[in-house]
Design a protein around this ligand. Structure first.
Ligand SMILES: NC(=O)c1ccc[n+]([C@@H]2O[C@H](COP(=O)([O-])OP(=O)(O)OC[C@H]3O[C@@H](n4cnc5c(N)ncnc54)[C@H](OP(=O)(O)O)[C@@H]3O)[C@@H](O)[C@H]2O)c1
Length: 269
C-alpha cells in the first residue's frame, strides 16, 4: 500500500465538484495539493480547506487549454516541493445535443478541454517523472459513459472514451517503469456539471430538477468519487468505478449493443 503522507497531488478542475472533493480527500490522506481551475476565488476556498487539514496548497488559476498551462502547473509543484507524485486530469464539462446538430467548433472545443488538455498534462507529467527517475500515479477523470453512450451525449462520451483508452495504453507503457495510470469512471454525481451543461447548450439551470429522472442507485456525492480516487492512489488499479452495477451494465452493453439502443430510444430527453 502506498503511503501518501507528504506526497504531492496536482489536480485540474479543483475549484468545484469532484476535483474540489478529491483535493480535500487527498489532504486528509496527508498530501499537499496543487489546485487549478479558472475561478480563482473558489480555488482560494478549497486551498483554505486543505490548509485546515494541516496540509499545504498552491493555487494556479487558468484555463487548461492555454498553451503552456500544464508546464506551469507542474513547475509550481516542482518549485514548491521539488516534484510531484500524482496528477489528476479532472477538468471537464458536459455537452448535450444530437451529434448532427453539433458544430465542428463545439465538438473540437470539448475535445480540447476534456481530452487534449488532460492528455497534454499527463504526458508532460510522465516525461518529467521518467526524467527524474521517480515513481508516480497519473489519473484521467473519464466517466461511466466512456463505455456506452446515451442520446445527445455522443460528443461528451467520445471525449471520455478517448481518455479511457489513453489511460489504458499509458498504464501498459509506463507501469513497468514505476508509473501507474488509472481512469476514473463516475456515474451521475451531484455537482455543478448538469447546470453548467444546460447553460452551455441554451437550456435553463435546473438545480436538483436536472437529476430528478436519475434513479437513486445511479446518483452519488462527489466525496464518494474522491474517496475512491484516494483508495486507488493507495492501492493502484487500472480503473476506478464507484458503481459496480453500472460497471456490470457497461460490460453487458458491450456484448448486447441492441439492448442499449432500445433503452436509449426510451430515455427522457
Ligand atoms: N458530475 C457527473 O455526473 C460526472 C460523471 C462522470 C464524469 N464526470 C467528470 O468529472 C469531472 C469533474 O466534473 P464535476 O462533475 O466535478 O463538474 P463541475 O463541478 O462542473 O467541475 C468541473 C471542473 O472543471 C473545471 N473546468 C472546466 N473547464 C475548464 C477549463 N477550460 N479550464 C480549466 N478548468 C476547467 C471547472 O473549473 P472552473 O469553472 O473554475 O474553470 C471545475 O472545477 C469532469 O471531467 C466530468 O466530465 C462528471
Amino acid at each position: 500500500m502506498t503511503n501518501l503522507a507528504d506526497r504531492v497531488m496536482v489536480i485540474t478542475g479543483a475549484s468545484s465538484g469532484i476535483g474540489a472533493a478529491t483535493a480535500v480527500a487527498c489532504a486528509r490522506a496527508g498530501m499537499h495539493v496543487v489546485l487549478s481551475g479558472r475561478d480563482a476565488a473558489r480555488l482560494t476556498t478549497v486551498a483554505g480547506l486543505i490548509r485546515a487539514q494541516g496540509r499545504q496548497a498552491e493555487s494556479v488559476p487558468g484555463d487548461v487549454t492555454e498553451p503552456g498551462f500544464s508546464a506551469r502547473l507542474l513547475d509550481t509543484a516542482e518549485g514548491r516541493w521539488g516534484g510531484f507524485y500524482a496528477v489528476f486530469a479532472n477538468a471537464g464539462y458536459g455537452f448535450k445535443r444530437p451529434l448532427h446538430e453539433t458544430s465542428d467548433t463545439e465538438l473540437r472545443a470539448i475535445f480540447e478541454v476534456n481530452f487534449f488538455a488532460a492528455n497534454t498534462l499527463l504526458c508532460e507529467a510522465a516525461r518529467r517523472l521518467l526524467a527524474a527517475g521517480r515513481p508516480g500515479h497519473l489519473l484521467h477523470c473519464s466517466s461511466a459513459v466512456s463505455k456506452f453512450t446515451l442520446p445527445e451525449f455522443a460528443a461528451y462520451s467520445a471525449t471520455k472514451a478517448a481518455q479511457n483508452h489513453a489511460a489504458r495504453a499509458m498504464n501498459m507503457e509506463l507501469r513497468p517503469r514505476g508509473i501507474f495510470v488509472s481512469s476514473v469512471h463516475p456515474v451521475t454525481t451531484r455537482t455543478d456539471f448538469f447546470d453548467r451543461m444546460n447553460e452551455d447548450t441554451g437550456r435553463p439551470r435546473e438545480g436538483e430538477k436536472a437529476l430528478a429522472h436519475v434513479p437513486g442507485w445511479l446518483l452519488q456525492r462527489p466525496e464518494q468519487v474522491a474517496e475512491a480516487v484516494v483508495r486507488c492512489l493507495r492501492r493502484p488499479r487500472p480503473e476506478v468505478w464507484t458503481s459496480p452495477l453500472t460497471r456490470l451494465m457497461a460490460g453487458l452493453i458491450t456484448i448486447f449493443p441492441r439492448g442499449m439502443d432500445m433503452l436509449g430510444r426510451q430515455a427522457p430527453q
